[in-house]
Write a protein that binds this ligand. Sequence first.
Ligand SMILES: NC(=O)c1ccc[n+]([C@@H]2O[C@H](COP(=O)([O-])OP(=O)(O)OC[C@H]3O[C@@H](n4cnc5c(N)ncnc54)[C@H](OP(=O)(O)O)[C@@H]3O)[C@@H](O)[C@H]2O)c1
Length: 332
Amino acid sequence: MKAVIIRKHGGPEVLSYEETPDPVPQKGHVLVKVNYCAVNHLDIWVRNGISGKTVQFPHILGCDVSGTLIDRFGGFKKGDKVIIYPAIDSNVSRVSFGIIGGFGKYKGGYAEIIQVPKKNIIKKPDWFSDQEAASINVSYLTAWNMLEKSRCKKDDIVLVWGANSGVGSAAILLAKAKGLKIITIASDKNKAMFAKKLGADFVIDRNIKDVTSEVLKFTNQVGVDAVIDHVGAKTWPVSLEVLKVKGRMVACGTTTGGEAIVNIRSLYSKEAQIIGVYLGSKSQLVALHKFMKLKKIRPVIDSVFDLKDVKKAHQRMEESNQFGKMLLQISN
Ligand SMILES: NC(=O)c1ccc[n+]([C@@H]2O[C@H](COP(=O)([O-])OP(=O)(O)OC[C@H]3O[C@@H](n4cnc5c(N)ncnc54)[C@H](OP(=O)(O)O)[C@@H]3O)[C@@H](O)[C@H]2O)c1
């Protein structure tokens, strides 16, 4: 099969599009012909490498897959369109689970064929196209879980960082459909326009305005009910500062670094909470599918690249030029 292989950590140059042997089915696993695989920021972490995290080289990235079943099993027929729930058993203590195509032994979806545990297969919801079905299993599931953990109710105010990102754009669409008021952050005029179109109520261009004072102005100095923070070190201090009394900061990412200096006094004096979120459960993914169908929500797709152009896709994400999800087209 054709696949994108990495043999060491590094920049986009370590992504090698080449012929490689098809996976051999193992007990309890199935083979899926990959139609589309989304690019997620996790792919960049794994490609670059993170100290203390290991992969087994040669490795294949890609955790967000829609595809076609190669063989029947259980209630599934050969040729069924499916998606893959990306969490697998953890082999690391004090980590909830691993992710297919992430750190660990499972090879991912930057390939014509992927092997996954049978229990990770979900029938593709009819509401989504093959492209859309490869966009929702990581960013949308995480945003959904973050919004659930935020415990926001209708008309609550939520601050969403990075409007153009996979997680941010998903959080805006889902929060809007839940009836929340959304403040979001962009870093230029185009991204701000995009955020408005998605349904944000108030957009702050962080390169022009001070985020803390703008959020406090918008909320009459009260602060927001919750913050969806996937950016990490650079945004945590502001995220905590703009929370209202008993507000919740929900965190899932470290795009700008994993070690933040925060105002602990501000945290406890308003009895605020910091909540960590890691992906979401399979049942949350199924509930998300139903919600998106009910509310007629379609994931925002930025662009589709041929698998062999994967380096261009990674560069686009690293330059943060995307508005929503980027996909690799593989077999469809
Ligand atoms: N815990 C989990 O289960 C989980 C699941 C999914 C994702 N994540 C993590 O969440 C993060 C986002 O993932 P993604 O795929 O959505 O990434 P992405 O599409 O590459 O988005 C990155 C975002 O970060 C923003 N950003 C970068 N520097 C910033 C700064 N200094 N201040 C404010 N915003 C900044 C960018 O905004 P601009 O373009 O405006 O710079 C962009 O919107 C990643 O770290 C990823 O690993 C975690």
